[in-house]
Design a protein. Structure first.
Length: 397
């Protein structure tokens, strides 16, 4: 998707909020229908039946009929796809949508004439029931977009994202490979020895965020003051998110351009970031420490980095088994849990090899990716397919 900053007028913003409210209302009705379903009962209505029910609801409710039928039908279409993903065990079950969170709607059947350029930095998109709405023309809009989604984040910013299939980035075709180890202290360590970190809020911004969070704790629920503080916090959080996404885009583009094979660990991030609080009967242990680790994993953009790599370097990303990558020596192949002296230092007690622990893990990932490529038909030039047999130092002792 190519996303742009939308610049609606106050009148247009009110109408956009109405579209968001209609889409949220229709989505929540669909969630309620499926909430009443249970095994043995008649199946919940699917998309075609829900569209028929929507037509009846629009005839009986003028406020719903005043909105765009395209917005409301696409909300049902999105819900139908979400349920298909849930039954396919690729996503979680769709839940209720709340006002102020995840606001947005989708428009389909977009014609080339629905998007136009007004000036060097300004473009316009046609929105049903609203008309032309301006957006920042920060880069060229890809041709062939058949739909777009308009969203509003917690910082009260509007965006329009055009759905287009991105063109993959061509590699250097030299057979070069790289291993990428994702971490918390270091966002991404490359087998070349380079350590990359996700940009975060500056110290002054972190201090302001802390002051705002304390101010929020003192504010009365439902007050205007609390709403203003929440908006200020959301703007700081959005700034941090924008920096992380920008870093992911630049890093993934660079790796796709410089290397033919990119090895990453096959991590189950959803499972890794689950809460450890447990249940009332069996409470969890180390809940606060686990919560801090979860925040660190999410703040470093582990999942987004691999997703963008797979889109930009299609077919060239190799996922390897993450087991023992941080305990194995990348030179002699011996596994020793005591070799990692600290979070950042690795020293092999067998061959004496020493380097950054994350770089050592990235080298192991690169080796494993080379073996995987070799198994699929021979290693590309520059990727070694031979390695000494691995022995467990603990078993030798």
């Amino acid at each position: 998707m190519s996303r742009f900053r939308l610049q609606p007028t106050p009148a247009q913003e009110r109408m956009l909020l109405e579209h968001c409210g209609h889409a949220r209302f229709v989505w929540n009705l669909a969630v309620e229908q499926y909430a009443h379903w249970s095994p043995g009962r008649k199946a919940a209505p699917r998309y075609s039946e829900q569209c028929r029910q929507l037509t009846e609801a629009r005839a009986e409710n003028p406020w719903l009929a005043a909105g765009s039928v395209i917005v409301q039908q696409q909300a049902l279409k999105d819900f139908d796809q979400a349920m298909a993903n849930f039954f396919g065990r690729t996503h979680r079950r769709p839940t209720w949508r709340r006002r102020g969170r995840g606001e947005g709607f989708r428009i389909v059947a977009v014609n080339p004439d629905d998007v136009r350029r007004v000036s060097r930095m300004v473009g316009e998109v046609r929105v049903p029931k609203i008309g032309w709405v301006r957006f920042r023309w920060s880069r060229a809009v890809a041709d062939g977009a058949k739909s777009y989604r308009i969203t509003r984040d917690r910082a009260d910013r509007w965006h329009v994202a055009f759905a287009v299939v991105p063109e993959p980035i061509a590699g250097p075709d030299t057979g070069t490979a790289v291993g990428v180890d994702r971490g918390v202290a270091v966002s991404a360590a490359l087998s070349t020895g380079e350590l990359l970190s996700t940009p975060t809020l500056r110290r002054s911004e972190q201090a302001r965020l802390l002051r705002l969070q304390r101010k929020l704790a003192r504010a009365q629920r439902g007050s205007n003051r609390r709403g203003k503080v929440k908006t200020a916090i959301a703007k700081l959080k959005a700034r941090e998110t924008d920096r992380r996404k920008d870093w992911v885009e630049k890093t993934s583009t660079r790796l796709a351009q410089e290397f033919d094979v990119i090895g990453v660990e096959d991590l189950k991030i959803t499972n890794m970031t689950r809460s450890a609080k447990g249940t009332v009967e069996v409470p969890g242990r180390g809940v606060r420490q686990k919560a801090g680790l979860n925040r660190g994993i999410l703040a470093n953009g582990w999942g987004l980095l691999v997703t963008r790599l797979e889109q930009k370097a299609s077919g060239r990303v190799v996922k390897v088994d993450p087991r023992l990558t941080s305990q194995r020596c990348s030179v002699c192949g011996i596994v020793d849990r005591e070799a990692r002296e600290s979070q950042a230092a690795f020293r092999c007690r067998s061959c004496g090899f020493a380097c950054n622990a994350d770089v050592n893990a990235a080298l192991n990932i690169r080796h494993a990716a080379g073996h995987a490529v070799a198994a699929r038909g021979g290693p590309p030039s520059g990727v070694s397919a031979n390695r000494e047999p691995q022995r467990d130092l603990l078993s030798v002792e």
